[in-house]
Design a protein around this ligand. Structure first.
Ligand SMILES: *Cc1c(COP(=O)(O)O)cnc(C)c1O
Length: 434
């Protein structure tokens, strides 16, 4: 219970830390929240104020902060092996995690390549796809396609397949652009498939892969679309021999109701990118899963036909062990069924909001809930964030889209609190003069 500690950490942070995805000058008005500790769905500051982590700390946390089971696994791993390089060496956590992820794809995606963050996983999938075609004698297949409003990360390569002007425009001269094709979330499935077919008919000989965010384009503002798009896209990719990369970094790990979002379309892509929730929100870890026949195209006496990509912390044992503990939690509790029950509760509790005269398009997929606010105000998101904090909620709207993506461990009371306080926050934000 220390007010001075709160203020002190904020002042020191603003003096020394360059915060991500932030115009730092906005912190003259927008509060910076000094987090002292976390437990379950709650984060606490140094004064003992608590905040419900309604966005899973940027969509990564699945089973709560300071989770007892994950903590135990990590403490054990810490005393066994904290890190060893994965080139030339191997270790149990990386092997077991690769095997278990392969099993989750019914062994369709039989090989796992490791990195530390989502953007790197995306770049690995792009490089692997290009290199596969090159090894197969089709080095002219070097172009990529992505969907309108797509988000695949913010390194220079990942920005090439990202279509969010806010993140991209400043770096435009540095970027090698992918083909941007109509998204089913905006254009509808038929039109989006027709647009993709038109591109494939014109450019299939040059196209290595198309990359999509299955079911929900999260960073675009939780734009949702029907699974049938993925089924039809898979068929198109087969017909024209173009790889399908599923970026499940945000939507994987049960977020949309199935472990992999692609399961709802009953298709497997050629590459799946995982990150965010896979380590339970504990440690930086990303994984690219791919088919054994793609792996086989790199298997050769010639070193340069191999995939010579690495990161220093590739397959870090602590991160892999956190992921194994996370998968154990999926296995021990009936997580996906429980999530369906909780989502039904939240849907019910949010019903009054659907009738709010400023709320548009209340939508959901799995444990993601979102609505758009009818307001013309660039400061809406920042003001909502500040008002939410005063009501013990950590929420960060994307523009005018308010969304919830809570950890899977919320109690029924916490779900009710989330719905009620979201409503209060919205009304308080709308009542303020902008
Ligand atoms: C977050 C995210 C990324 C990038 O992951 P980082 O770990 O932030 O680099 C890529 N794709 C999607 C769909 C994401 O949500």
């Amino acid at each position: 219970m220390n007010t001075e500690a709160n203020q002190d950490w904020v002042a020191r942070s603003l003096a020394a830390v360059w915060h991500p995805c932030t115009q730092m000058k906005h912190h003259e008005r927008v509060p910076l929240v000094p987090i002292a500790r976390g437990k379950g769905a709650w984060l606490y500051d140094h004064e003992g104020n608590r905040y419900l982590d309604a966005i899973s700390s940027w969509w990564v946390n699945l089973f709560g902060h300071a989770n007892g089971d994950i903590n135990r696994a990590l403490k054990d791993q810490l005393d066994t092996l904290e890190h060893a390089m994965l080139a030339g060496c191997t270790h149990a956590p990386a092997v077991e995690l690769s095997e278990r992820l392969s099993t989750l794809t019914q062994h369709t995606l039989g090989h796992a390549f490791f990195a530390s963050d989502g953007a790197s996983a995306v770049e690995i999938a792009l490089k692997m796809s290009f290199h596969y075609w090159r090894n197969r004698g089709q080095s002219e297949k070097r172009e990529f396609a992505c969907l309108a409003n797509s988000y695949h990360g913010e390194t220079i390569g990942a920005l090439g397949v990202t279509d969010v002007a806010l993140f991209k425009d400043a770096y435009d001269p540095l970027i090698r652009h992918a083909h941007v094709v109509a998204s089913p979330a905006a254009a509808g499935v038929d039109e989006a498939i027709a647009a993709m077919r038109a591109l494939f008919e014109a450019r299939a000989a040059q196209l290595a892969a198309v990359i999509v965010e299955p079911l929900v384009q999260c960073a675009a503002g939780m734009a949702m679309y029907d699974a049938s798009y993925l089924t039809r896209l898979r068929a198109l990719c087969d017909e024209f021999r173009v790889h399908l990369i599923a970026d499940e970094i945000a939507v994987g790990c049960g977020r949309t109701g199935t472990f992999f979002a692609c399961e709802q379309a009953a298709v497997w892509p050629d590459f799946v990118c995982l990150s965010k929730g896979i380590s339970g929100g504990y440690l930086p870890l990303s994984i690219v899963l791919t088919r054994d026949d793609i792996y086989a195209a790199f298997y050769d006496d010639d070193v340069t036909r191999g995939f010579l990509h690495s990161h220093s912390y590739t397959g870090n044992p602590l991160a892999c062990r956190a992921a194994l503990a996370t998968l154990d939690l999926f296995g021990s509790a009936n997580v996906l069924a429980e999530n369906r029950r909780k989502s039904a509760l939240l849907r019910e509790a949010l019903q009054p909001l659907a009738k709010h005269d400023r709320v548009r398009n209340l939508r959901e997929r799995g444990t993601i809930f979102a609505f758009d606010v009818d307001i013309d105000d660039k400061t809406f998101s920042r003001r909502f964030f500040a008002n939410a904090l005063q009501r013990e909620l950590l929420m960060r709207p994307i523009g005018k889209t308010v969304y919830m993506m809570p950890p899977y461990i919320l109690t029924d009371d916490e779900l009710a609190l989330l719905a009620a306080r979201t409503r209060e926050t919205l009304d308080a934000t709308l009542a303020e003069a902008a």
